[in-house]
Design a protein around this ligand. Structure first.
Ligand code: H2B
Length: 164
């Protein structure tokens, strides 16, 4: 899915063009189950419903997962851990978060980075389970002093080559 500005959704909700921001829509905000205030239609989504592509950016930002990117395979992020041991530590935390959530990402551990990708396999779409997982991973990376890696997460794992 393409990253969009979310403009389409705000135009749909308001029926007319607006700046794409939601500052003036305070009345439309409603608390969701995680104590955040979101536009009512996003707060009402179940864990099994696909999040409309136009609303994903807003939801990721609301959940503190601003460094996550959106592509046709789901949500992805890459963290500049700097060395393998730091990467292992982050992967360990990601495992704990995923097990606690019963929702698991794909993880690629390299010497200087950890790349993470999540989609809800059961519905083949990005759902709030993925956004919550991304938020947990964002928080774990920040707690570990690990920042996002500026580059685009690579697509797929590199060719493993022959055993040496
Ligand atoms: C039974 C188990 O909880 C389910 O199979 C979970 C496991 N982890 C999962 N992880 C992801 N990303 N998507 C799922 O649909 C999913 N389902």
């Amino acid at each position: 899915m393409d990253e969009t500005t979310g403009r389409g959704r705000s135009e749909n909700r308001d029926g007319g063009a607006d700046s794409g921001g939601h500052e003036g829509d305070v009345g439309a905000l409603t608390p969701d189950g995680e104590g955040r205030t979101l536009p009512a239609d996003l707060a009402a989504l179940s864990d099994e419903e696909a999040i409309p592509a136009g609303a994903l950016r807003e939801l990721l930002d609301a959940y503190g997962a601003g460094e996550w990117r959106i592509d046709e395979d789901g949500l992805c992020a890459r963290y500049a851990t700097g060395d393998f041991r730091a990467g292992l530590a982050l992967v360990d935390r990601i495992g704990e978060i995923a097990e606690a959530a019963a929702h698991h990402p794909d993880v690629l551990l390299t010497y200087p980075t950890v790349e993470v990708r999540t989609v809800s396999h059961d519905v083949r779409a990005v759902t709030r389970r993925d956004v919550r997982l991304a938020a947990g991973i964002s928080a774990a990376a920040a707690e570990g002093g690990v920042g996002p890696d500026g580059g685009d997460p690579r697509r797929g794992a590199p060719d493993g080559g022959d055993e040496v």
